[in-house]
Unconditional design. Structure first.
Length: 140
C-alpha cells in the first residue's frame, strides 16, 4: 500500500496533496449506522417487566345544571316550576351537597331590576353553589 504525499511532478518544491480520501470514513459510518439500526429495536424489548392491569372505574355522574328563570315581576322559576326564595334556597342547599356540584344558569328578564338579580345571586351563594352563569340572547 502506498501513499502519495506530493503532486504529480516530483521535486523539492512540490506542494503536499491537500485533499483527504473520505471513502473509508463513509464506509465505516454506513456500517455503524446499519449496526445501530438493527440493534436498537432489540434493546427496547430486552427488559422483562410485569405490567399492572387496569381496572375500569365507573364513569363520573353527569352534572345536571340548574336552570333558573326570573321574570320581570320577580317570580323565580326552577326548571319550569315557580318557587319562592325560601324554597329556592332549600333546593339549592340540597343541590350543593351533590357531587359533582351543578352549575346554576340564570335567565333574567331584560326589564328586571338588578336588585332582584342580586337577591337571587345572594341566595345561590348562601346555598353554597360555586358555579353560576348568566344566559343571554345573542345580538341580532
Amino acid at each position: 500500500m502506498g501513499m502519495s504525499v506530493g503532486g504529480g511532478e516530483g521535486g523539492a518544491g512540490a506542494a503536499p496533496m491537500a485533499s483527504i480520501n473520505v471513502t473509508p470514513l463513509v464506509d465505516v459510518m454506513l456500517v455503524l449506522l446499519i449496526i445501530f439500526m438493527i440493534t436498537t429495536p432489540l434493546m427496547q424489548a430486552a427488559v422483562e417487566v410485569e405490567l399492572p392491569t387496569a381496572t375500569l372505574e365507573a364513569p363520573e355522574q353527569v352534572r345536571q345544571d340548574i336552570d333558573l328563570a326570573v321574570e320581570s315581576d320577580g317570580r323565580v322559576w326552577w326548571d319550569n316550576r315557580i318557587v319562592t326564595m325560601a324554597q329556592l334556597e332549600t333546593e339549592l342547599r340540597r343541590a350543593a351537597r351533590t357531587t359533582p356540584q351543578p352549575e346554576v344558569k340564570i335567565r333574567a328578564d331584560q326589564s328586571l331590576r338588578y336588585q332582584t338579580v342580586r337577591e337571587v345571586l345572594e341566595t345561590v351563594k348562601n346555598a353554597g353553589i360555586v358555579r353560576v352563569g348568566f344566559v343571554t340572547s345573542p345580538d341580532r
